[in-house]
Design a protein around this ligand. Structure first.
Ligand SMILES: *[C@@H]1O[C@H](CO)[C@@H](O)[C@H](O)[C@H]1NC(C)=O
Length: 425
């Protein structure tokens, strides 16, 4: 439990650090904008802002809901999207959720502003450009929503981030909007190879309410930008992918993230204890039967398996298909523990067998051969007679046999279950 709260503490610190970095980056970007923006004076900027605002406000009839394309018959409005990952905050296999943060860049051409306003607002020499920031609510913007969101159905990003209108003479008006995003999406976990599992998570976006004939979504790159992404303690990013598809007449963009668990923590906390416990359990056959501790020892081992099984289950989602191989492995090791238990009980009966019950002859032979008494008696001199074989001798031989066979079968089980898992890493 303390380990869990420790990792939680570390995660909190990481998150704080991450927020700080985001803040610094925010400052940096805005600083850059400040440097390169406005090649026009304040008064021109004011008139541009007023122009865009009154164009969309239109004397009380807001036009902010009409797609700014002069004629839809000539083609839909194209919105370019690209995703930048800042950090992977976590993947919860039990509830099937993934949390990420980053930013999303949306870009489109505002044809109407371009054709009706730019010429008159920038009535200067060609090549002059100007940037203004316009409130999200005061102009048109595509309502992009995350389809598989878990905790919200609102637009992505916060509307307090402004739209950046870049006007260039004679007729260009490019708008870009880059909100910071904190996403929590559902992602069906696949824990078959836990703790060496790989998860594929999709973030699917659509321009809610618009058909592909009105808005076409496209991606500027087939991958996400992960250059500045922060490392995650548990998950490693394997690959990213972005692509578009059309369903039911609407355009969708799927941003796909493939991540892989760093297995060390779980290997040390689950797989190794199970292995060691299995080893320990086998050693019960080397415990002297006279000490009377055997059954207690076996039961303790069995209970430890139950506890480990519970712990393992706690890390895994409650889904039946596909079952985690690790769960099956722990279950089989538990079965071994039960068999060892039963064998111990039967063995104690053999130890306690009354001496007047004769040991069968074939059993005597086996004990002599295995115990190498035969070779000892072949030595000469001295040529002793064979010592008499009693029940405890038989039991001791069986003890040794069971010790080896249980260890051997547990080792091969481990080999067949854990090796294929480990080679996937
Ligand atoms: C969107 O992307 C296409 C192809 O990458 C490009 O030709 C177009 O200019 C972009 N549109 C905007 C508004 O950036």
């Amino acid at each position: 439990m303390t380990e869990k709260s420790d990792t939680r503490g570390i995660m909190m610190l990481l998150k704080l650090e991450h927020l700080l970095i985001l803040f610094l980056r925010f400052l940096l970007i805005h600083g850059q904008y400040g440097d390169t923006a406005a090649t026009v004076d304040w008064a021109t900027q004011r008139s541009i802002y007023k122009g865009i605002y009154s164009h969309y406000y239109n004397n009380g009839t807001p036009l902010a809901d009409i797609v700014p394309v002069s004629d839809l018959a000539n083609g839909a409005l194209q919105v370019n999207m690209s995703m930048t990952l800042a950090s992977l905050n976590g993947f919860d296999a039990v509830s099937g959720q993934i949390d990420i943060s980053g930013s999303m860049l949306l870009e489109w051409e505002d044809e109407v502003v371009a054709s009706t306003l730019v010429g008159s607002l920038l009535n200067t020499t060609p090549g002059v450009s100007a940037d203004v920031l316009v409130d999200y609510d005061k102009a048109w913007a595509p309502n992009i929503v995350l389809v598989n969101a878990v905790d919200t159905v609102k637009d992505i990003g916060d509307t307090s981030y402004k739209l950046r209108y870049s006007l260039a003479y004679p007729n260009t008006a490019t708008v870009n909007w880059e909100p910071r995003i904190l996403l929590r999406a559902s992602c069906t976990p696949d824990v078959t190879f836990y703790p060496f599992d790989r998860q594929v998570c999709d973030f699917t976006y659509t321009a809610w309410g618009y058909l592909s004939g009105e808005i076409t979504l496209s991606v500027t790159s087939s991958e996400w930008d992960t250059t500045a992404a922060e490392a995650n303690g548990v998950w490693k990013i394997i690959s990213t992918e972005s692509q578009t598809f059309t369903t039911d007449g609407s355009d969708y963009v799927r941003f796909r993230l493939t991540i892989q668990r760093e297995p060390l923590y779980f290997t040390f906390n689950i797989a190794l204890p199970i292995l060691l416990l299995g080893l320990l359990n086998g050693f019960v056959f080397l415990l002297p039967a006279e000490s009377g501790e055997r059954i207690g020892f076996c039961i303790t081992c069995f209970l430890s398996f139950v506890v480990l099984m519970q712990t393992t289950m706690g890390f895994l989602p409650e889904i039946a298909s596909p079952m985690s191989l690790l769960c099956i492995y722990v279950f089989l090791m538990m079965c071994f523990s039960v068999f060892i238990n039963i064998t111990c009980i039967l063995m104690s009966r053999i130890y306690q067998k009354p001496a007047k019950e004769k040991v069968p002859n074939w059993m005597k032979t086996v004990v002599r051969v295995v115990g190498c008494q035969v070779c000892r008696c072949l030595q000469k001199p001295p040529r002793d007679p064979y010592p008499e074989v009693e029940w405890p001798d038989v039991a001791r031989m069986l003890d040794f046999f069971f010790f080896l066979s249980f260890l051997g079968s547990q080792a091969s089980l481990t080999f067949f279950f854990l090796l294929p898992l480990a080679t996937r890493y």
